[in-house]
Design a protein around this ligand. Structure first.
Ligand code: F6R
Length: 594
């Protein structure tokens, strides 16, 4: 999604802005641009990567500037549609993340008043409105403009005649880093870490005035005091650290992520949400909301909660919930979101909160919108995740859910003790998978020429089949379907022949026999089968064409090792196919529009 940055300080703004834009590349984008306030307002934009902007931009001097990475929504990716946008007199420059829903009507009115538009974007109305309302005071013109905009935005504005940057937010994220004699703003925390770990998260309806010396935040025209948060991420966390891709680095960080999350874990302690939240309050059960990979974490949690706590759980795609006319009443909901900024999740959370529902957010980003919206927040401890494909955040989500569930008083003490000691073995098992990467790389080599692949699983590993398919399709561009193994014969069988490999997750639990039958059925259609199976499963070798081994363990936690295995399978398949792994086409890390 679009990323915005802005700098006001004692250094040259251009290199600071370019560096910050590189740190936002992980969000996904198709063009980039900068505006630097020097003796005049200089704007330069380029299609493609930030490096193309960097290599071609003239040397603009100035200590205040804004920058943008654009993920096209209104108008194709092009230099003209790239931000910053400006007005007729080129006195104002604006970068924007979000969607202005009433832009068409505003544009027609402005054109009738004589304004000339050059782009297809919704954003371009903003500088024209500022131009229209400007009477010598930038913030007054911005406020008047915001009053007539509908939709979502995080914006940064600079003006030729004013030594400051004005920022505002409604629905899209914006954080402000407080440095020493310099201040920087961005859509996310990584660009700030080169300057400071002291940040202010702007809330909806707030406006900030940023200069080299000061950051002032206003709400409804009144100066307010905003809390400053200290971010515990550092610059190494947002570098590749010798790995070829962020995704591989993040996959390899998983044993550490799990270990850290389990450090000092005490299942006897009071859980952040107790049985009244997790329980079957008023017979309405529990709702879990999420999108994409986080949704798959919610599906795993459903199996665990229903099996261990006997509580019915509904897991819903947030993108569906937020478009339902009627919200089915629910007392408590858990929103799972790595970024904490996914628009669909935030909208559905708001709907539920308005309907009287109590919400818990499980998120990776301190001070994110989901964290601020929810009644309670549980922070997963994954550290910054920069590859577009979610890996360590998925595992961190699972661990937080396991921890929460195993703290519930409804579980007997002996079962808790047994499961907690099994859970504590997981860093070692995750490391085992990484230490046996070669077998996965071989299978990736085998899969890479195919155009279609199926992933099947049963029970608690059915969501992992969905996740494995999502991962490979997003980064290797192979068409992949995740299926509940028992459903294959209800339709997809017509597609299975020798050119469609099937990755089968074979759990050593009560689903084993059924899975073996499914594999035999698939083999008789001559589709190649790659089984992901435990070390002690020797029978599987007689059936599958290839076997990827995972360590023997309690089945409840097997989604962790199976998911890591399938992350590596997707990674190496994409690598064999020469794909841009960290920045898959058309995708964005943080999906801040509906
Ligand atoms: C897939 C992926 C996406 C995200 C989804 C939700 O690898 O990363 O499917 O899981 O966009 O994002 P969050 O968790 O930030 O709400």
């Amino acid at each position: 999604m679009c990323g915005i940055v802005g700098y006001a300080g004692n250094r040259e703004a251009l290199p600071s802005i370019i560096k910050a834009l590189h740190k936002l590349e992980y969000r996904g984008y198709d063009s980039a641009g900068v505006a630097i306030l020097g003796t005049e307002l200089n704007i330069f934009k380029a299609c493609g990567r930030v490096s193309s902007l960097e290599n071609n931009v003239p040397t603009f001097n100035g200590k205040i500037g804004i920058g943008h990475t654009r993920w096209a929504t209104h108008g194709e990716p092009s230099q003209i549609n790239a931000h910053p946008h400006t007005d007729c007199s080129r006195r104002f420059a604006v970068v924007h993340n979000g969607v202005i829903s009433n832009y068409q009507q505003l544009k027609e009115e402005l054109i009738a008043e004589g304004h000339r538009f050059i782009s297809d974007t919704d954003t371009e109305v903003i500088p024209h409105l500022i131009e229209k309302y400007y009477g010598g005071d930038l913030e007054a013109a911005v406020i008047k403009t915001l009053n007539i905009l509908t939709g979502s935005y995080a914006i940064a504005v600079i003006a030729q005649t004013e030594n400051k940057m004005v920022v505002a937010k409604n629905g899209s994220p914006l954080v402000i880093g407080l440095g020493s004699k310099e201040n920087i703003i961005a859509s996310d925390i990584p660009p700030l870490l080169d300057y400071t770990n002291r940040v202010i998260c702007l809330d909806d309806g707030e406006l900030g005035i940023i200069t080299q010396e000061a950051v002032k935040i206003y709400k409804n025209g009144r100066l307010i005091d905003k809390p400053v948060s200290i971010v515990d991420w550092n610059t190494e966390d947002v570098q590749k650290g010798g790995y070829e891709h962020f995704m591989l680095k993040e996959i390899h960080e998983q044993p550490k992520v799990i270990r850290q999350a389990l450090l000092n874990y005490n299942s006897a302690a009071e859980p952040i949400i107790g049985s009244d939240f997790m329980g079957n309050k008023a017979g309405k059960g529990l709702l879990i909301l999420a999108c994409g990979t986080s949704y798959h974490a919610g599906l795993v949690a459903k199996y665990v909660i229903e099996d261990l706590l006997d509580v019915p759980v509904r897991v819903e795609l947030a993108s569906e919930v937020n478009h339902r006319e009627r919200i089915i009443p629910v007392a408590n909901a858990i929103a799972i979101t790595q970024s904490g900024e996914t628009a669909d999740v935030l909208i559905s959370m708001k709907k539920l909160i308005d309907a009287g529902c109590s919400t818990l957010a499980i998120t990776n980003v301190k001070g994110s919108s989901a964290a601020r919206l929810a009644n309670q927040t549980l922070y997963m401890q994954a550290g910054p995740e920069l590859s577009v494909a979610a890996t360590k955040s998925f595992i961190a989500q699972l661990i937080e859910m396991y921890k929460l569930i195993l703290m519930q008083p409804a579980l007997s003490e002996p079962l808790k003790t047994q499961l907690v000691s099994e859970l504590k073995l997981m860093p070692g098992y995750a490391q085992w998978v990484l230490d046996h990467e070669d077998q996965i790389r071989d299978c990736a080599n085998h899969i890479s020429p195919y155009s279609n692949v199926f992933y099947i699983g049963r029970g608690i590993n059915y969501p992992i089949a969905l996740e494995g398919a999502l991962k490979i399709k997003e980064i290797s561009y192979i068409h992949a379907e995740g299926y509940a193994a028992g459903e294959i014969k209800h339709g997809p069988f017509s597609l299975l022949q020798n050119d469609t490999p099937v990755v089968a997750i074979v759990s050593k639990d009560f689903t084993y026999e059924a899975m073996i039958t499914n594999i035999k059925e698939i083999k008789s259609r001559r589709a190649p089968v790659i089984a992901v199976a435990q070390e002690d499963d020797h029978y599987i070798e007689q059936l599958a064409d290839r076997v990827i081994r995972v360590p023997n363990m309690h089945n409840l936690f097997s989604p962790i090792v199976n998911a890591i295995t399938l992350q590596l399978l997707a990674y190496y398949t994409a690598k064999y196919r020469g794909c841009p792994i960290d920045f898959p086409r058309n995708l964005a890390k943080s999906v801040t529009v509906e």
